[in-house]
Design a protein around this ligand. Structure first.
Ligand code: PMP
Length: 359
């Protein structure tokens, strides 16, 4: 049987989950392919789920997740009407894309970036306009501005950018906002912002009052380490939130996820301490690789980018043979997440071998 369907779907590459680590004889394996937080959930978060969420699994969750929404509104100095939760920030991005764009509309974003963008845009029936990153992996904001036209409905900027780990500067974000028409939405996807220690980095919420067309997406998956529970959120004008609610998956955010998010916000200082440790590990790895002769751009997220071009697949095999699953983008480069210190030690060793072997 051939199922009649939308031809555009055939053009979408399937989203590929970061591989679990290959088993290397005699070695512990590490998954450093999905930019996950290497720390296990805090005991306080596990306890909150056991005490408050496990016993009510037979009931649907609060669809708007008001307790979390109110807490986030307080944290960002906005109204609860400005906040929406999603099943991961992937869902809030999907809601926004299908709220603002459809067939005939264009969504502009720097590329390479988050692999889900082209999938989500094509899923909405809209057209992706991808603007190549600068050679250093940074966002080409002039290129993005040049790509705007009457069909543009949305611009997506991922800061820091997955997979290049580049940071967008505040002045670049402001230049972009000045150039984008008022009725075109700009989504700042800041999934990794807690890892960004560039003092000149753009912080989209600083522009929020000035530009009503800004939407900010954040997640509990990375700095807060709740990737497996699936909870993220967006901050936008109330009319945008209302539109996003209409296209949202009903009950998409479980009670367990909402409970864990609240408990994690309670434990923010402890969790940000872990972020500090991950950043320190990142600096340690980058210093070691630089010493080996690698010419890396400075990474601003919890991962770094090896622009290996045609040598990508060969290098990925070398990581795999040492029990390390990294994320290879064939013909382009490898994204390596900062993991446990032992995983990072092994990354340093493999990189030394690659450098020695002329990769
Ligand atoms: N944005 C970016 C740039 C990401 O890399 C990811 C996760 N890989 C997400 C959003 C979505 O994360 P989640 O759905 O887990 O919140």
């Amino acid at each position: 049987m051939t199922c009649r369907h939308r031809a555009i779907i055939d053009t979408i590459p399937s989203y590929k989950q970061g591989k679990t680590a290959p088993v290397a004889p005699g070695l512990t394996s590490y998954k450093i392919s999905s930019n996950e937080n290497p720390y296990p959930p805090l005991p306080s978060v596990q306890k909150a789920i056991a005490d408050n969420a496990l016993g009510s699994i037979n009931r649907y969750p609060d669809m708007r997740g008001w307790a979390v929404v109110e807490r986030l509104a307080q944290e960002y100095g906005v109204k609860p009407e400005n906040v929406i939760l999603g099943c991961g920030s992937t869902e809030v991005i999907t809601q926004l894309v299908s709220f603002v764009s459809g067939p005939g509309d264009e969504v502009v974003y720097p590329w390479r970036s988050f692999e889900a963008y082209p999938i989500i845009v094509a899923g909405a029936g809209a057209t992706s306009v991808q603007v190549a990153n600068r050679s250093d992996g940074g966002h080409d904001i002039d290129g993005v501005i040049a790509a705007l036209n009457d069909r543009t409905r949305l611009v997506i900027v991922n800061n820091p950018n997955n997979p290049t780990s580049a940071s967008l500067r505040d002045d670049e974000a402001r230049r972009l906002m000045r150039a984008v028409p008022d009725d075109v939405t700009v989504l700042f996807d800041e999934a990794y912002f807690q890892f960004n220690d560039d003092p000149d980095a753009s912080v989209a919420m600083r522009l929020f009052d000035e530009y009503p067309n800004i939407v900010v997406a954040h997640t509990f998956s990375k700095a807060y380490g709740l990737a497996g529970l699936r909870i993220g959120y967006a901050i936008a004008q109330p009319e945008v939130i209302e539109g996003m609610i209409k296209v949202a998956l009903p009950f998409g955010v479980t009670h367990a996820a909402q409970t864990a998010a609240l408990a994690s916000l309670d434990a923010k200082d402890e969790l940000m301490g872990r972020v500090g440790a991950i950043k320190a590990e990142r600096e340690r790895v980058v210093a070691a690789l630089t010493e080996q002769g690698w010419n890396l751009g400075k990474p601003y997220a919890n991962f770094f980018w090896l622009p290996l071009g045609e040598r990508t697949d060969g290098a990925a095999d070398r990581f795999a043979s040492q029990g390390l699953s990294v994320r290879a983008f064939g013909g382009d480069g490898i994204r390596v997440s900062i993991g446990e210190p032992e995983a990072n030690d092994r990354v340093i060793e493999v990189c030394a071998e690659l450098m020695h072997d002329g990769f």
